[in-house]
Design a binder for this molecule. Structure first.
Ligand SMILES: CNc1ncnc2c1ncn2[C@@H]1O[C@H](COP(=O)(O)O)[C@@H](O)[C@H]1O
Ligand SMILES: [Zn+2]
Length: 403
């Protein structure tokens, strides 16, 4: 799909201002940084460098393999200084491809050996946000925090003569499915303490075959009581009892939703509440769908259900948000407008190819992609002021990007 006439579309996708709602910090680390960190630890004799290189560089991974890899990532990134470094780099990478609003999620971690508490982990993340120097960052919502974080000021230089790129960064604190109820509650309370530093909500993630719903429920209910929005990794495996329970608490958003059955989709659509964070490459790479043509994105889009294209783990899956837009545009464009949803692969592929060749048309048209990107504004957990600013960014870009 790349190269030739298609390059225009990819470039357009890069130019498009984008909103990223589902990105895990440790899953978004650059390969080059991981390799450097692995080399360091290899030299210190903590890991066998030769053994981990091919694991880091491997392309296709099953979901269980991903979680094994996260354990390795966490070994590499577990000290304050490294957490600060990866946060800085991840934000710079998203900003470089015109992500204008990033809701970055991460699991606050305790590590006694490194003197790390959940709170100090988050301080290291915040230091990383403050260390970004290639773009202006807006992340402080107001005032200071009561967790003894150093005085924080927004990094955007008001009145700076040179107009630089700007990115809004907000944080979601993740509860890992391996955690206890007490640990999950600690994360929710920390999120409340860090509201002034751009923490806007709670995520539930981690290996979907681990942990019981009842373990996380008290913390999620607590978050709701505190008015913290929630997004859940929902239906990554076919656990229908859990999917029902997740929908019962009416989260603001859900991610993945790969294994929802018709009845559950009806409920999602009827509730009109959960915005679905769609992670195409992640779902394909982890084998949730044997072909991208089986993905439910087109179904939801056509039903006008609120969806947002996201990367999930841009480092782990070697993708970017621009790439996800390109993938959606070049795969689903024809199908969305001209085919029935039940079409089989072969029909999708043949018609898509014919249409593509005949008309040189590469998918969703630019107006629709622009609106798709813009529609994510309403799904952010940011306050109205930020939403207003984002709307202005899209209004400005409309002249340049759509006719
Ligand atoms: C592939 N789909 C996925 N499904 C579920 N959880 C995932 C995930 N991808 C990432 N994570 C969650 O994010 C953590 C890494 O980032 P942080 O250490 O929090 O920054 C993983 O350990 C896992 O808990
Ligand atoms: Zn995820």
């Amino acid at each position: 799909m790349e190269g030739g006439g298609d390059m225009g579309l990819m470039e357009w996708c890069r130019e498009l201002p984008k909103i990223e709602l589902h990105a895990h910090l440790n899953g978004s680390v650059r390969d080059s940084t991981l390799l450097e960190l692995a080399k360091d630890l290899g030299e210190k004799g903590v890991i066998a460098f030769a053994d981990v290189v091919h694991v880091i560089m491997k392309n296709g991974r099953s979901l269980p393999e991903c979680f094994k890899l996260f354990d390795l990532y966490h070994l590499l990134t577990t000290d304050h200084q490294t957490v600060t470094r990866i946060t800085k780099e991840v934000i710079e990478d998203f900003a470089a491809e015109n992500v204008v609003y990033l809701e970055l999620r991460t699991t606050p971690k305790k590590n006694e050996a490194k003197g790390m508490t959940k709170c100090s982990y988050m301080k290291a993340v915040i230091d990383g946000i403050r260390a970004v120097d290639t773009v202006d960052v807006d992340f402080v919502t107001s005032g200071t925090s009561n967790v003894n974080c150093s005085e924080a000021t927004p990094l955007n230089c008001i009145g700076s003569p040179i107009k630089r790129k700007k990115i809004y960064v907000r944080l979601l604190l993740s509860i890992d499915r391996r955690e206890t109820t007490a640990a999950a509650l600690e994360t929710v309370n920390l999120a409340m303490d860090l509201k002034n530093f751009g923490v806007v909500g709670i995520d539930l993630s981690g290996n979907p075959v681990i942990g019981e719903w009842q373990t996380f429920l008290p913390a999620l209910k607590h978050a709701k009581e505190l008015g913290l929005p929630i997004t859940l990794h929902c239906g990554e495996v076919p656990n229908h009892k859990e999917i029902q329970a997740m929908l019962d608490i009416c989260p603001q958003r859900i991610g993945h939703a790969c294994f929802l059955v018709e009845e559950e989709w009806k409920r999602v659509k009827f509730l009109k509440i959960p915005v679905v964070e769609i992670c195409l490459t992640s779902n394909i790479r982890t084998g949730r769908f044997s072909s991208i043509y089986d993905h439910f994105f087109a179904d939801l889009y056509k039903a006008k259900h609120q969806v947002a294209l996201c990367t999930d783990d841009s480092g782990l899956f070697s993708t970017t948000l621009s790439n996800e837009f390109y993938l959606a545009a070049s795969t689903f464009g024809v199908s969305i407008h001209h085919l029935s949803l039940q079409s089989k692969h072969i029909i999708w592929q043949v018609l898509h190819k014919i249409y593509w060749v005949v008309s040189s048309y590469t998918g969703l048209n630019k107006d629709e992609m622009f609106l798709l990107a813009r529609s994510a504004i309403q799904s952010t957990f940011a306050d109205d002021e930020v939403k207003h600013e984002l709307t202005k960014i899209y209004d400005d870009a409309a002249n340049r990007l759509i006719i």
